[in-house]
Ligand binder design. Structure first.
Ligand code: 4AD
Ligand code: MG
Length: 475
């Protein structure tokens, strides 16, 4: 039976037999193999006999996969507590060093590794990132399960545009040539697979709201798709989103839930992925050293995560945010590229100013002007703003978007008409407001954005195994 390397490294004892399998990270002096099986960051040192067959020796190269039977013994050398003294070694898969694109000796750049994303899991950095990603996903389910939320699978293929932003990928089996047409020349979607026009979902929220009207608290955690042409380090065309939806919650309950949730999953990762996070913290510290003094962050990765765990987020209204920005030295020195005025959306440069320069902590911005937010958000009494809440994080900007929902049928219908959202087609959504409507609220956390935050990485393409971005869907 195979023993995981993590288990061997975690055990206190030695002098027992094991079988280990994994991939060679390095081989030196024809005797010492650093073997990794992905169970943890660390490698186990395998020491092979000086009488090892010449043919086997030749096959022990970086990237080759091997199986080793041997004994765990206290290590003679420095740098490790135990090592495996090999009794026998089998080559499972050879790896030609001349052709292997992953040369671990000279540290490959993140950009290069993105081009070989099918192999990058085998580096320390990406091993750590994706173990942390896994832990965060697990912590998310645990958080909601512990609180009695029902995990709801909302559809990937939908006929609605939840955000009303028109950034959807079409789903169709219609042919490109000889597309069936109506008499007026428009495409006849009755002939399409679903008998109507369909797209990939941009959010599971609308369906989650239906669930919340029965289970009280539900959450979704699934892939979402947006055809926005933003080639930035924060946007993906395919990303994962977590969307809790809670009946009887108002916007304040919603903020409390979001804060508790974010703190919990960060704490969980700190507790269960310390080794990986320490490694990523060190990586980040080295990267920071390359930057000019005034651009370096004041806190290391671990300190930053602990800070977020131990401090309440700042809460301000959109109107206060605009006042702070208009009053800022950065504005007066014309440092902002985009205009700042009441009614315009906050750009990422504004969001980052608020969290990184002004408050130096995560900020929740509420009460946004209604015209820059979605149709389903609850109208505030001023008639100008809605009960929205965005959470902004240092180094990233928006990580959460949420709101209290408009539960009053007449107000919702009116807003939908104003925003040209078809009320007839959306009868099922409006039915929740017809049949036992209740105040309710929810939010969406961009999974990759929180993975970015926790790992200290800076490009979103590095925290999802196979990124989909404009002009890129490799692998
Ligand atoms: O703010 P958004 O658009 O909100 C919604 O979709 C709501 N339906 C959520 C809800 O209330 N249930 O998106 C939510 C979050 C953003 O704050 C951001 O973190 C992430 O999803 N996000 C993206 N992440 C990566 N790439 C993109 N293109 C993203 N667009 C949004
Ligand atoms: Mg948003």
């Amino acid at each position: 039976m195979r023993t995981k390397i993590k288990e061997i490294l975690n055990r206190e004892d030695a002098d027992y037999k094991v079988n280990v399998k994994g991939w060679v990270r390095s081989f030196r002096n024809n005797q010492f193999i650093a073997l990794n099986d992905g169970s943890c960051l660390g490698n186990i040192q395998v020491v092979i006999g000086l009488d090892t067959d010449e043919k086997i020796l030749k096959s022990i190269t970086n990237g080759a996969s091997i199986s080793v039977d041997g004994t765990v013994i206290a290590s003679q050398g420095k740098g490790q507590r135990v090592e495996v003294k090999a009794d026998s070694i089998t080559i499972l898969g050879e790896c030609d060093p001349e052709k292997f694109p992953l040369q671990l000796k000279n540290r490959p750049s993140l950009e290069y590794l993105r081009e070989i994303a099918h192999l990058r899991f085998r580096t320390n950095t990406f091993g750590a990132i994706f173990r942390v990603r896994h832990t965060l996903a697990y912590a998310i389910h645990k958080f909601f399960n512990d609180r009695g939320f029902v995990y709801m699978h909302t559809p990937i293929v939908t006929a609605s545009d939840a955000e009303g932003a028109g950034e959807m990928f079409r789903v169709t089996t219609l042919p490109f040539d000889k597309t069936p047409r109506n008499e007026d020349g428009t495409v006849n979607f009755k002939e399409d697979f679903f008998g109507r026009s369909t797209n990939l979902t941009v959010s599971g929220q609308l369906e989650a709201e239906l669930g919340a009207m029965a289970f009280s608290e539900v959450y979704t955690f699934g892939p979402t798709f947006r055809a926005e042409n933003s080639n930035t380090a924060r946007h993906l065309a395919e990303f994962w989103m977590i969307e809790p939806e809670v009946a009887f919650n108002d916007i304040f309950d919603n903020m409390d839930l979001a804060e508790d949730f974010i703190r919990y999953i960060i704490g969980y990762a700190l507790e269960h992925n310390k080794e990986d996070l320490d490694f990523l913290a060190q990586r980040l510290a080295e990267e920071e050293k390359q930057k000019p003094m005034n651009e370096r962050s004041e806190l290391g990765l671990i300190e930053k995560l602990e800070f977020v765990m131990n401090n309440k987020f700042e809460r301000i209204t959109y109107t206060q945010a605009i006042d702070i920005l208009l009053d800022s030295p950065a504005y007066k020195k014309k440092k902002f590229q985009y205009e700042i005025k009441w009614g315009a959306d906050l750009q990422s440069e504004h969001e980052r100013y608020l969290v990184e320069k002004h408050f130096k902590k995560p900020v929740i911005v509420t009460a946004y002007p209604k015209d820059i937010k979605s149709f389903y958000m609850r109208m505030n009494d001023d008639g100008k703003t809605v009960a929205a809440m965005d959470i902004l994080a240092p180094g990233i900007g928006e990580i959460v978007g949420g709101s209290q929902r408009e539960e009053r049928l007449d107000k919702l219908e009116q807003r939908m008409q104003e925003m040209h959202i078809p009320t007839e087609e959306m009868y099922w959504y409006l039915d929740t407001r017809r049949f036992g409507t209740v105040p309710h609220a929810g939010f969406g956390l961009g999974f990759e954005r929180i993975v970015l935050f926790v790992t200290g990485m800076t490009n979103i393409r590095d925290v999802i195994p196979f990124p989909r971005t404009p002009k890129n869907a490799e692998f």
